[in-house]
Design a protein around this ligand. Structure first.
Ligand code: KIV
Length: 292
C-alpha cells in the first residue's frame, strides 16, 4: 500500500501540530459551527479547529439548555460540517446522556461520532468520573478534548451559567482536574468561565493546549460560539463574548426589505424570471384556448 506524502500546509491539520503550536507560543483559533456554509467560512478565516458544539441545542435548535440535544442530532450536524471542512480538525461534541453511563457507552458514542459524523475527534464535559471516560475513548484511538470550569451540561448542578474556580479551593480542584484529564490522555482542554489567573496557571502546568472561553488571554487558544461572535442574537451576550459583527440587525433589515418588496411587487423583476420563445408561448395560449 502506498502512502501519500503530506506537506505541512495541505490536507487535514495533524493533531500533534496543536501541541507544537503551544510549544512555539502560537495561539490556536477555534470557532463553533453547525452547518456546511459556516464550516466553509470558518476554514476560509483560517481556524485550526471547528467545534460542532452541543451549544447547537440552544443556538440552532431553540432549546433552553444544551441538555436535550441527542447524539443522533449532533451526528447529523457534525456530518454537515465534516462534508466540507478540509484543513481544520472537526471536534464533535458528545451530548449529555451519550457518555455518563459507562466507559463502554462513551466509547460507543465516540465511535458513532467519528464513523457516522465524520468527526476527527470528540469532546466531552467534566472531570471526576469522566476522567475514565476520557481514558477509555483515548485508548480506543479517538482524540478527546476535555472541558472543565463552567460545563453547560451540568449547569443546573453548578447553580446556573456562572463562573467557576473563584475560590482558592475551587481553583485547586480545577488545577487537579486538569492534570488528571491530561494524564487520562486528552489532547486539549477547554476552560470555560474560569478566572484568568487560574486558567493561566493551568495552561502553564499542562503540556497539552488549553482553549479558553471566558478564561482570559493566558490560554493557548480561544473558542467562541458562532452566533455570539457574529451577533446573530439581538440583546445581551455573556461578558466574555466579543461581538465582531451585528448580523441579526443586518439580516432583519434584509428580510423586512424582502417582505416589503413582495407586498409592493418590487420583487421579482425581469432579471429574476425565465423567458420563453414567442412561438412556444403562442402554441401554449392556443392550446389553452382550444381547451376552454
Ligand atoms: O460544546 C460547545 O458548544 C462548547 C462551547 C461553549 C464552546 O463547548
Amino acid at each position: 500500500m502506498s502512502t501519500r506524502p503530506s506537506t505541512p500546509t495541505a490536507g487535514k491539520l495533524p493533531l500533534p501540530e496543536l501541541v507544537e503550536m503551544k510549544r512555539r507560543g502560537e495561539k490556536i483559533a477555534v470557532i463553533t459551527a453547525y452547518d456546511a456554509p459556516a464550516a466553509l467560512l470558518a476554514e476560509r478565516a483560517g481556524v485550526e479547529l471547528i467545534l460542532v458544539g452541543d451549544t447547537a441545542a440552544m443556538v440552532v435548535l431553540g432549546h433552553e439548555s444544551t441538555v436535550p440535544v441527542t447524539l443522533d442530532e449532533m451526528i447529523f450536524l457534525t456530518r454537515a460540517v465534516t462534508r466540507v471542512a478540509q484543513r481544520p480538525l472537526v471536534v464533535g461534541a458528545l451530548p449529555f446522556g451519550a457518555y455518563e453511563v459507562s466507559d463502554e457507552q462513551a466509547v460507543t458514542s465516540a465511535i458513532r461520532m467519528v464513523k457516522e459524523g465524520g468527526a476527527d475527534v470528540v469532546k466531552l464535559e467534566g472531570a471526576g468520573r469522566m476522567v475514565s471516560r476520557v481514558q477509555a475513548i483515548a485508548d480506543s484511538n479517538i482524540g478527546v478534548m476535555a472541558h472543565i470550569g463552567l460545563t453547560p451540561q451540568s449547569a443546573t448542578k453548578l447553580g446556573g451559567f456562572r463562573a467557576q474556580g473563584r475560590t482558592a479551593d475551587a481553583a485547586l480542584k480545577l488545577h487537579a482536574d486538569a492534570l488528571a484529564l491530561q494524564d487520562a490522555g486528552c489532547f486539549s482542554l477547554v476552560l470555560e468561565a474560569v478566572p484568568a489567573p487560574v486558567a493561566a496557571r493551568i495552561t502553564e502546568v499542562l503540556q497539552i493546549p488549553t482553549i479558553g472561553i471566558g478564561a482570559g488571554a493566558g490560554c493557548d487558544g480561544q473558542v467562541l460560539v458562532w452566533h455570539d461572535l457574529l451577533g446573530l442574537y439581538p440583546g445581551r451576550t455573556p461578558r466574555f463574548v466579543k461581538r465582531y459583527a451585528e448580523l441579526a440587525d443586518e439580516i432583519a433589515t434584509a428580510l423586512e426589505l424582502y417582505v416589503s418588496d413582495v407586498r409592493t411587487g418590487a420583487f421579482p423583476e425581469e432579471q429574476h424570471t425565465y423567458s420563453m420563445a414567442d412561438d412556444e408561448l403562442a402554441l401554449f395560449e392556443e392550446a389553452l384556448a382550444r381547451e376552454s
